[in-house]
Design a protein around this ligand. Structure first.
Ligand SMILES: Nc1nc2c(c(=O)[nH]1)N[C@H]1C(S)=C(S)[C@@H](COP(=O)(O)OP(=O)(O)OC[C@H]3O[C@@H](n4cnc5c(=O)[nH]c(N)nc54)[C@H](O)[C@@H]3O)O[C@H]1N2
Ligand SMILES: Nc1nc2c(c(=O)[nH]1)N[C@H]1C(S)=C(S)[C@@H](COP(=O)(O)OP(=O)(O)OC[C@H]3O[C@@H](n4cnc5c(=O)[nH]c(N)nc54)[C@H](O)[C@@H]3O)O[C@H]1N2
Ligand code: SF4
Ligand SMILES: [Mo]
Length: 698
């Protein structure tokens, strides 16, 4: 058959790489980077080719399935929609809307149809038990953005291609390809920074792949960065190096509350020398331009929100917020922030039933999901809808959630795999795969280091009978809407619009007055230029000021002063990502999984010697929450006292249909994380800096 080249886009991570896909009939022959893509300029990582595996994977569901006593049975879409609408509506009629919980997983943000239609369906459900992967991920960024800039999505993005000084806490962009900083080709960009005489300084308990690109790397004890970052802010304020913009308030209060965070105290807590704290703070403050950035390692730890506040303070006090080469707001072609169509990030309108944790932006911390299912009484969660998620592997005390799911009265999932979570569903509704659908990135254009816009039509026509995500939610909404009172008109109307129409409207009312037709004429994307200063105009705070010392954060520092300045003891567990692995769900691609195992527990040789352990030993890892068994590997690049285990493994559960993954099951690291141990301000789970013990398996 004749070969054709089609343009596509990779939707596996935030980098949004443009693809040149050679196809023959309905098969992928080859995938390369699109050299002409305005953002990715040909960049590609090994995961892109796995899009072909995903397309061809015989284990990927192509039709709805129902769980029966003799296993999964394929059913018609008609039957599936009715079962799900009935199952959800029945619980609502009997026990109220809150009896059905909703969990939205990470790939929702990478699917246009899920982005446009899942939230509308969620508002139809009307439940307060709404959860997502945000509270095991970037929630602290959103909380801080709301407090400082007035909107949870006004996230300043590092101007990576122009900065002179890149200061990084707890991120590994060389592997992750950047998060809340979309920039395909991280390696190339960081090498360019170093080549133009720029500085990169990393603080990480592991000498990571990013550290190996060059620059300076320093170990920091896991879970202690808040003291380190705030200590650097203190140095800058004390030494008169602050150059904040005129619209910043509250730095006197900041200075006051940071009095105890001297470099000497910081050393005792974090293990970073006082000289280093001072030198880096001064270097950052006096560089012509500088950008401070912190990601997973400092979001999902005990003081995640204080870490992210500290990151913003470093940029604010040095005048690098809103400066070219510093951190700036993007100006996306579709801008729901400007038009105030999305929740600005209100907090505490309701609380979780059992533990009374506050909602943020309409969601509760996912760490409460298990207790909401298990605790009887009015408002108990009895049903669940998951969309593109795997909380059994991705949220704290996953095995307890796994058990709780088995006791639900009804569960449905929108997903194309039977994974550790969806194996409990009564019905699974599989959407089309990524190459079968049109795409516009509603989220990651908002978070990219350069403003661009690109609309990508589907590479392949969908398989006969396949449904797009938006069609699934539209149809579910129609049937569910008929079964509940009062009829929800507004959400029903939203569900009727096609995603292309929503994007077109967004483009037309956006800052560049574009249209879908116009974007179609630019198949490699439209370059809208580098990030530009826009403050104070873009702020959504009262009087367009930046309140640098929000009372809630000042109070949080005061309340936790002792703990913030106390070094955590014992062996501390951190996570790890790998270039050939993607959270929990790309492990069924033989092409990605092959090679040496990547799911081992890594430990520093000195810590191994102290426990008389050797490379390859089977070990038991125990935390106050649970235990697991896994093979040990030597972690030459780890800080002593630290062990590292990646998340997204633990595939050997009954009924999971991921044969390749099951060959390298690994262990579920979230057996060790504790749903009770959260970042107090945001409710984000503590996934890094978890105290554990390790001994030979008996
Ligand atoms: N290949 C690949 N790419 C991915 C993903 C994937 O699974 N695989 N996942 C995607 C997703 S969903 C996300 S959110 C992003 C995440 O993007 P990143 O945050 O860049 O990725 P991580 O590998 O989680 O990096 C966290 C870093 O923090 C360090 N760390 C751990 N604890 C601490 C601590 O207490 N203090 C400090 N300073 N550092 C600490 C870890 O050693 C690690 O290097 O990656 C995305 N990209
Ligand atoms: N201990 C620890 N835990 C972590 C992390 C960590 O670093 N350490 N990282 C956290 C982070 S950053 C994240 S983002 C979460 C991720 O956690 P989750 O979002 O809960 O799960 P994923 O592993 O991303 O699983 C995604 C599921 O979506 C399905 N899927 C893929 N594409 C689509 C699609 O287009 N439509 C639909 N409907 N389904 C699709 C896949 O088949 C898979 O079952 O894990 C978090 N958990
Ligand atoms: S970096 Fe890799 S996974 Fe991420 S978008 Fe590009 S090709 Fe896809
Ligand atoms: Mo994530």
């Amino acid at each position: 058959m004749e070969e054709t080249i089609r343009l596509g886009r990779c939707t596996l991570c935030e980098a949004m790489c443009g693809l040149r896909i050679t196809t023959s009939g309905d098969r992928v022959v080859d995938i390369r980077g699109d050299e002409d893509d305005v953002l990715s300029a040909g960049h590609l990582c090994p995961k892109a080719l796995a899009l072909a595996d995903l397309r061809e994977d015989p284990d990927r569901l192509r039709a709805p399935v129902r769980r029966t006593a003799d296993g999964w049975r394929e059913i018609s879409w008609e039957e599936a929609f009715d079962l799900v609408a009935d199952g959800l509506a029945r619980l609502r009629r009997r026990h109220g809307a809150d009896s059905v919980a909703l969990y939205l997983g990470n790939p929702v943000t990478h699917s246009l149809g899920a982005m446009t239609h899942a939230p509308a369906f969620a508002s139809l459900l009307g439940t307060r038990n709404r959860f997502s992967a945000s509270s095991v991920d970037q929630l602290p960024h959103q909380v801080v953005a709301r407090l400082l800039y007035g909107n949870q999505w006004l996230l300043p993005i590092p101007d990576l291609d122009r900065t002179d000084y890149f200061l990084v806490f707890g991120a590994n962009p060389a592997v992750s390809n950047g998060s809340l900083m979309s920039a395909p080709g991280m390696g190339r960009r960081i090498r360019a920074l170093l080549a133009r005489g720029g500085t990169m300084v990393l603080f990480d308990p592991r000498r990571t792949e990013t550290a190996r690109l060059g620059g300076e790397h320093h170990f920091v004890r896991p879970g202690t960065d808040a003291a380190l970052i705030l200590g650097m802010v203190r140095v800058i304020l004390e030494e008169g190096l602050a150059r904040p913009a005129a619209y910043v308030d509250g730095l006197d209060e900041v200075r006051h509350v940071l009095t105890p965070f001297t470099p000497e105290r910081v050393e005792a807590v974090c293990g970073v020398e006082p000289g280093t704290v001072r030198r880096v703070a001064r270097g950052f403050a006096t560089a012509p331009s500088a950008a401070c950035y912190g990601r997973m390692g400092v979001s999902t730890q005990r003081f995640g929100t204080l870490c992210q506040w500290g990151v913003q303070l470093l940029n604010i006090v040095t005048g690098n917020l809103d400066r070219p080469g510093g951190t700036l707001f993007t100006r996306p072609a579709v801008d729901p922030i400007r038009t105030r169509q999305i929740d600005p990030g209100r907090q505490g309108r309701w609380r979780s039933r059992v533990r009374a944790l506050p909602e943020f932006g309409g969601e509760l911390p996912v760490a409460v999901l298990t207790e909401e299912i298990r605790t009887p009484g009015p408002g108990q969660v009895r049903g669940l809808l998951t969309v593109a998620g795997n909380p059994v592997l991705s949220t704290p005390a996953g095995p307890a959630l796994d058990e709780a799911l088995a006791g639900l009265e009804f569960m449905a999932s929108v997903d194309f795999y039977v994974n550790e979570t969806t194996r409990h569903a009564d019905v699974i509704l599989p959407p089309t795969e990524p190459l079968e659908r049109d795409h516009y990135d509603l989220i990651f254009h908002l978070l990219a280091v350069r403003d661009t816009a690109r609309y990508v039509p589907a590479v392949f026509p969908r398989q006969p009978g396949a449904r797009h995500e938006w069609e699934i939610f539209r149809e579910l909404g129609r049937r569910y809407g008929r079964l509940i009172r009062p009829r929800p008109w507004q959400a029903a109307l939203m569900l009727r619009m096609r995603p292309e129409r929503i994007v077109d409207l967004g483009l037309r009312t956006g800052p560049y007055r574009l249209s879908l037709a116009r974007l179609r004429r630019h198949p490699h994307g439209l370059d809208l230029g580098p990030l530009r200063p826009s403050l104070p105009r873009r702020l959504q705070t009262p009087r367009k000021r930046v309140p640098a010392a929000p009372p809630s954060l000042i109070a949080a520092v005061r309340a936790a002063a002792a703990e913030l300045l106390e070094p955590p003891g014992g062996l501390l567990l951190i996570g790890r990502r790998h270039l050939r692995s993607n959270n929990s769900w790309m492990h069924n691609s033989a092409r990605l999984v092959k090679g040496k195992p990547r799911h081992h527990l890594l430990m520093h040789p000195a810590d191994m010697a102290a426990r008389e352990l050797a490379d390859g030993d089977l070990v038991t890892v125990t935390s106050p929450t649970g235990e697991l068994t896994v093979h040990l590997g030597t972690g030459h690049d780890l800080m002593p006292g630290t062990v590292s285990l990646p998340h997204g493994y633990g595939h050997d559960l009954p009924g999971v249909r991921l044969p390749v993954a099951r060959q390298v099951p690994g262990a579920n690291v979230n057996a060790l994380t504790d749903p009770a141990h959260l970042d107090q301000v945001s409710g984000t789970a503590v996934l890094n800096g978890v105290p554990v013990t390790v001994e030979r398996h008996r």
